[in-house]
Ligand binder design. Sequence first.
Ligand code: AMP
Ligand code: ZN
Length: 485
Amino acid sequence: MDLRLYDTLTREKRVFTPIDPARVRMYVCGPTVYDYAHIGNARPVIVFDVLFRLLRHLYGAEHVTYVRNITDVDDKINARATEEYPSLPLNEAIREVTNKTDKQFHDDVAALGCLPPTVEPRATEHIEEMKTLIERLMKSGNAYVAEEHVLFSVPSMKDYGKLSNRPLDEMIAGARVDVAAYKRNEMDFVLWKPSKRGEPAWPSPSGIKTQGRPGWHIECSAMSWKHLGETFDIHGGGIDLVFPHHENEIAQSRCAFHTSVMANYWMHNGFLQVEGEKMSKSLGNFVTIQDVLATPMSSLVPIANDEGPTPIFAGWKERWNGLCARFAMLQTKYSEPIDWTTRRFNEAGDELYRFYEVLRDAYYDTSLTREVPDNLLAALRDDLNTPAAITTLRATAKSQDVSALGAGLSLLGLLDDEFVRRDDLLLFNHALSLTAEQEAMVNARNAARVRKDWKESDRIRDELAAMGICLRDNSDGTTTPESAR
Ligand code: AMP
Ligand code: ZN
C-alpha cells in the first residue's frame, strides 16, 4: 500500500515516490539555539520523528537520511549572549549560549522519545557552502550587491511565491524584512550582510571587502544541499515557516541549481496553541519543554516498598512526562492546531499507562510476532494520521492483542520497556491535578505501606477514591474499581 502525503506546494495529497528508494531524504528546519525550547517548538520535532520512524519502517532504517539543522547564528543569539555574558567577548559569549541551549534541546527532545536525526548540521559550520550558493546567485543574475549586502532579487524568479500562494501586496506586507533604501525591490531579501563591530564575522562573498554574516534563509539551502543534494524528497517545518522562510529557501536553491523543485513534498505542522493563540516566545504564553517534564501533574508515582518510596530509576519522571506529552501531541493530526491543556496531558498519561498494563509480562513472551498491525500502518500511510492510528491501538488494547499493541506503540515511539516492566508504580486516575492535601494523603499511604499497616493504607485509598482519585497498585494485587473514574 502506498504512503500518501499532503504537499503544501501542490495543495494535494499525493502518493509518495522517493527519488531514490535506497536513499529517502528529509530535511526539517531546526531550532535557533538561544533559549529553552517551548512545547510548541517540540511539535515539529515529534511530528517529523514519527514520519522518520515510518519511513524507516517502510524503506529500511539504513535507507533514510533525516537532516535537522541547528541555527547557531542569529540576531536573537547575539542579543542573548550580550545580556547573559556582558564581560565576555561576543564570540565567546555566543558559544556559551549556543552550546548550553543546544545541549538542553537535545536532552529535551530525547525525553520526548525522539530519535536523533541522521545529521544535525550547524549553520556556522556551513559558511563556505552558503558563500558558494550566494556567488552562484550573483553570477546567474538572481542576486546583487548593495551597500555591502547581498540581496536576492525576487523579480528575477518568475514563479516566486508558489508555496505560500499569497497575493503580492500581502507578501510585501508580511515580509519579515526591514525596509531599506538599498533594496531594488521591497520583496528582495538578504543573503549576506555586513557584521557590526564585535559581531560574528566571516570573509564575505567575492566583490565585498568588509567581513559579514549570512542572512537567515541561506543556511537551509546550504545545509540541505551539502547533506541531501540539490533536490530531495521531503522538506518540513512549522506552518509559520511557509512564508517567508521556505519560500526563500525554494528561490535560493532552485535558482542556484537551475532545478524545477527544491523538495518534492513540503509538509507543515499546525500550531500548538494556548487559548486559540500560537504559543510563542514573543506572546509570552509559552510553557518550556523543561516545565512540562518537571510538571508535578505526572500520573505515576512509585509505590513504597520496604526501603520507602524510592525513585524507580534515575530521571523516570522526566521520561514519563515526556512520553505523556508525546502521546498527547499525537492525538491530533499533525496539520491541525492543538490546544495545549494540562487536562489533555494528564488524560494521555492515564491512557498510556493502561496500555502498559495490558502489555505487562505478556509482551515479553518470546513467541510473540510483534508485527505492526495493518490498520495502524494504513492510518499512518494516510498522511500520517496519528489520531486514527491511536484509535486502532485502543481496539487492540480492548481485545488484549498484546503483540499488535506493543508493536504499534513502538512504531509511534511510545513504548518504554522500563515502564512496561515495572509494576511498582501507582497510577493517579485523574483528569485534574492533585491538591497539596491529596498529594500528602498519597504520601501518608505510601508510608503506611512501608510500615505494612494495610488497614491505614486501605483507609486512605478509599478516602481518595471517594474524591474520584483512583490508585491502582499491582504489586500486591490491589485494584480499585473502574467506577471511581
Ligand atoms: P523557531 O525556533 O521559532 O524558529 O521554531 C522552531 C520550529 O518550531 C519551527 O519549525 C517552527 O515552525 C516551530 N514552532 C514554533 N512555535 C510553534 C507552535 N506554537 N506550534 C507549532 N510549531 C511551532
Ligand atoms: Zn529552514
